[in-house]
Design a protein around this ligand. Structure first.
Ligand code: SF4
Ligand code: F3S
Length: 383
């Protein structure tokens, strides 16, 4: 099923049968068969951890004619998040997700340039005020008046305040827009911060990762289009459907961890057999993300399956707190038992990732025990 979210919903000659009796939709016009469309909706429903009965509602929202405006801002970044979302060997879910939106501004892919590009942004902010979505990629420099990133003569900080401040919702993608990312790694010469810190008080959700997974970006957008609100989040504003569980607890090598079977050296027999990478520095026990479930590259693999440990790319300050990447985490207590927030807090504080633990793991686990935010569109028992 996950392949449907990673590219296998390939537009091909649509079977008129499935769409017969229905008005044309942009899906049928693009050659997507009704069956593929519904499989895609089912996969999105599963990704969002919603019951199956929400699938028709998601399908209805995706078939709607209206195309909400989207602005995609890039600040101090490498464009890797854009690449992750759009790069595919064939038409992907990223293409299709963007097709259900009106992408009015995206520096990497838009046709206009210069003043025409800035006009597109300006028109959206003014004419679609309070209705458009913003995706932000990259960090925002705050030192020296924010001069280290300017676009069209304006600082990133100035642009973010105006564009995010007038949007219906802001979706940050990647580590940089989350907390500052690699530009914020010590000594953080530009004073880089994430959007939430630069523009406090806005409606925002964080999709960290280096890069983030296109599946999670798509599912978040679809949730917003369907229910009119962002998905429930943890205390770091990360959606629980994607960041609610530890890598370690869904990892296919977990049985080897519990059995004390570890890779000791790259390329040794244990490595060839697919044993646990904990001793090689895997940060899966301290990282919350759905990589083992959703996977990457059209659902075919993910870092640990490929033989490399998780480097904790979806956690705050991972460039500073998760390094050296090949140094093991402090001993994980209670092997074979899912640790509680208190156990993990006690274990990791004093270790290499103390600051991360205080703000990451503990709050995330605690959030799982708390009532979720009110969402009038979704019954509480469905969460
Ligand atoms: Fe998987 Fe890493 Fe945990 Fe080992 S330490 S089970 S490789 S997540
Ligand atoms: Fe990042 Fe770890 Fe997933 S490095 S991509 S959170 S497996």
């Amino acid at each position: 099923m996950w392949g449907d979210l990673n590219g296998s919903i390939v537009p091909r000659q649509a079977s008129p049968k499935g769409w017969r009796g229905r008005p044309p939709t942009r899906w049928s016009e693009r050659g997507v068969s009704r069956r593929s469309f519904l499989r895609f909706c089912a996969a999105i429903t599963a990704t969002l951890a919603l019951p199956d009965r929400y699938m028709p509602r998601i399908a209805e929202a995706l078939e709607a004619v209206k195309r909400p405006a989207l602005v995609w801002l890039e600040f101090q970044d490498c464009a890797g998040c854009t690449e992750s979302f759009l790069r595919a060997s064939r038409p992907s879910v990223g293409d299709i997700a963007l097709d259900i939106l009106s992408v009015n501004y995206h520096e990497t892919i838009m046709a206009p340039s210069g003043k025409a590009a800035e006009k597109s942004l300006r028109d959206t902010v003014v004419n679609e005020k309070g209705k458009y979505l913003v995706v932000v990629e990259g960090s925002i420099p705050t030192r020296d008046g924010g001069v280290y990133c300017t676009i069209g003569g304006r600082t990133a900080l100035d642009i973010a305040r105006e564009v995010c401040g007038n949007a219906a919702a802001t979706i940050t993608v990647g580590a940089c827009a989350f907390y500052g990312g690699w530009p914020a790694a010590k000594p953080n010469p530009t004073g880089a911060v994430g959007v939430q810190e630069a523009v406090p008080g806005i409606t925002l959700i964080n999709l960290p990762g280096c890069p983030p997974n296109a599946v999670n970006i798509t599912a978040t957008i679809v949730h917003f289009l369907t229910f009119g609100v962002l998905p429930a989040t943890d205390q770091q504003s990360r959606p629980l459907f994607a960041y609610g569980e530890r890598i370690h607890d869904r990892c296919e090598r977990r049985a080897h961890f519990d059995a004390g079977q570890f890779v000791e050296e790259w390329g040794d027999e244990a490595h060839r057999k697919g044993w646990c990478l904990y001793k090689m520095g895997c940060k899966g026990p301290a990282t919350f993300h759905n990589c083992p479930v959703v996977r990457w590259n059209e659902g075919t693999s993910w870092p640990v399956a490929a033989g490399h440990g998780c480097i904790g790319c979806s956690e705050r300050h991972f460039w500073d707190e998760m390094t050296p990447f090949y140094r093991r985490l402090p001993t994980v207590p209670g092997a074979g038992v899912q640790a509680t927030a208190d156990q993990i807090g006690a274990w990791i504080v004093g270790g290499t990732a103390a600051a991360f633990a205080a703000h990451g793991i503990v709050s995330a686990i605690r959030d799982k025990a708390r009532p979720l935010d009110e969402n009038p569109q979704i019954n509480e028992e469905d969460r």
